[in-house]
Design a protein around this ligand. Structure first.
Ligand code: HEC
Ligand SMILES: [Cu+2]
Length: 492
């Protein structure tokens, strides 16, 4: 008897351990998958909504794993092989081409699928109306739909009631005006009411503006130490402009509303006829002209300092923007970026880098922008499709990114990511590069992480990155081979 129980006990223990290790392994791979997914897929996909590509919710149940592996590595190859599902989904999405991910290993793709699975199974967090059956996802979506139609009918009801209310008010006022006509004296003193409304509107507006600057000014990057060497000068100029124009704003708006109140119509008072006064006009023309000239000249000087002559030793990094993501390209050992040609942009060569150019072969393409603290960089911008705008708020850097028109911005980062995290007391903080031009439907997703390292750390990071064409990394070599084969095809 004893033996049986002890055997049972150990069996239970083993199963428990086993299942625990499985969940642990699963959790870990989903975690790795999340990183890979965020770095590679979010520019075109979301779990619950269509972006450029379809929503990926439950794609792991819809497709077999083998299919997903093949698709994600090279969707076009699968389409060309005549796979019915691949052709269907390609047609459904207006034949837009998904990037190939030959560089991802099977295990990495599996971890991405594990992440998609985990996210698909997570309940939707959007507005949930209690319906009694709130266990399955399906009923949740149904509930949201029902509440949606309910909402639209309520909205209509509100509009109708409001319209009726306005009609009643108009009619009542009309009657009061008629009564006033009959009595020979208005029932409501509109003149006084308007004057008081002016005063109320003016004071509430000014107090609200001051509160807004005070309260939400704290949330802007201007409230944080700039992370570049030119940032302090930029902030200084910005603050001076803001303070001068702010003072003028509060004085003129205050007077405007105060005068509207104080000099309201009065039957006891006649307005003074005062056609012109050259002295006053001179004063209010010359003073703003001088102040504006100072502000503009100062602004121009700051701008030319920020964008002018660059350190000839700057590291040149190409920043490539497209709907809806960014890439960065670094020069390899030769310190020279290889040529690019828009005609070579394709599934296997997203940036259109000319891989026959020797200078290009040791280039490094990444989907994060890494910089070394105190090292001057010159970002050279290139756009694939439409006008984007590269915005690095923490470094006070912004520049348009225009197809066919090279633009650049040079600066020197002055705080590492770790230092900034400490300053902001936020261990999760990361610098970003955003797109600041409404460039299409998923414009809001267009961002790339920026990491500022200590000098040595940056060198190490750069050395670890795979080169564009490198015999020692088989994945990348495969990419290059396909590339040359497509090129020969094009040549024929
Ligand atoms: C440049 C945009 C783009 C990127 C980046 C991208 N995809 Fe796609 N994806 C698409 C488009 C577009 C489709 C629809 C099929 C087509 O038109 O080729 C698609 C389809 C898919 C499908 C098939 C969906 C289905 O319903 O069968 C899967 C799975 C998928 N993508 C996974 C991924 C994963 C995983 C990543 C990241 C490693 C990724 N995609 C990155 C654009 C993209
Ligand atoms: Cu954009």
């Amino acid at each position: 008897m004893k033996i049986v129980t002890s055997v049972l006990k150990s069996l239970v223990l083993v199963t428990a351990l086993f299942s625990f290790s499985i969940t642990a392994a699963f959790a870990q791979s989903a975690e790795e998958g999340e990183k890979l997914y965020n770095a590679n897929c979010t520019s075109c996909h979301a779990i619950n909504e269509k972006v450029v590509g379809p929503a990926l919710k439950n794609v792991h149940t819809k497709r077999k794993e083998v299919w997903l592996l093949k698709w994600i590595k090279n969707s076009q190859a699968l389409v060309k092989s005549g796979d019915a599902d691949a052709i269907a989904i390609y047609k459904e999405n207006n034949e837009s081409v998904m990037t190939s991910f030959e560089n991802l290993s099977d295990n990495q793709i599996k971890s991405i699928i594990a992440f998609i699975k985990k996210e698909s199974e997570a309940p939707i967090q959007a507005s949930i109306v209690p319906t009694g059956t709130s266990s399955a996802n399906a009923s949740t979506t149904e509930a949201t739909e029902v509440s949606g139609t309910l909402k639209t009918s309520i909205n209509w009801l509100v509009i109708v009631i409001l319209a009726l209310l306005i009609m009643v008010i108009v009619l009542v006022l009309d009657i009061l005006a008629k009564v006033g006509d009959i009595q020979g004296k208005p029932v409501i003193n509109w003149n006084g009411i308007n004057a008081k409304l002016m005063l109320a509107f003016g004071s509430i507006g000014l107090v609200a503006s001051a509160w807004e600057i005070w309260e939400h000014g704290k949330l802007t990057v201007l409230n944080q130490t700039p992370a570049s060497t030119h940032g302090a000068e930029h902030d200084n100029m910005f603050m001076i402009t803001l303070i001068i124009t702010g003072i003028v704003f509060f004085i003129t708006q205050g007077l405007l509303f105060w005068y509207a109140y104080k000099y309201k119509h009065s039957s006891k008072r006649r307005a003074l006829f005062y056609p012109d006064n050259h002295k006053i006009e001179l004063v209010w023309t010359v003073i703003p002209a001088i102040v504006l000239t100072i502000l503009v000249v100062r602004g121009l000087k700051t701008w030319t300092d920020m964008t002018g002559e660059k350190d000839p030793n700057s590291r040149v990094i190409e920043v490539y923007g497209y709907q809806f993501a960014w890439n960065a390209r670094y020069a390899g050992e030769d310190n020279l970026l290889g040529k690019h040609d828009f005609r070579q942009i394709g599934v296997m060569n997203a940036l259109g880098v000319d891989t026959t150019d020797v200078k290009a072969q040791d280039d490094i393409v990444t989907n994060e922008l890494h910089l070394g603290v105190g090292e001057p960089v010159l970002l050279k911008f290139r756009a694939k499709d439409v006008i984007h705008s590269a915005y690095l708020p923490h470094f006070r850097v912004q520049m348009n990114v225009v197809p066919g028109l090279p633009t650049q911005f040079g600066f020197t980062p002055s705080l590492t990511t770790a230092e900034m995290r400490q300053k902001l007391n936020n261990p999760k903080f990361d610098y970003v590069i955003l797109c600041n031009k409404i460039c299409g439907g998923a414009h809001y997703r267009m961002k790339m992480k920026v990491v500022v390292h200590a000098k040595e750390e940056f060198k190490q990071w750069l050395a670890q990155q795979p080169r564009l064409v490198n015999k020692s990394t088989p994945n990348v070599q495969a990419t290059a081979q396909v590339e040359t084969s497509t090129k020969t095809k094009l040549a024929n």
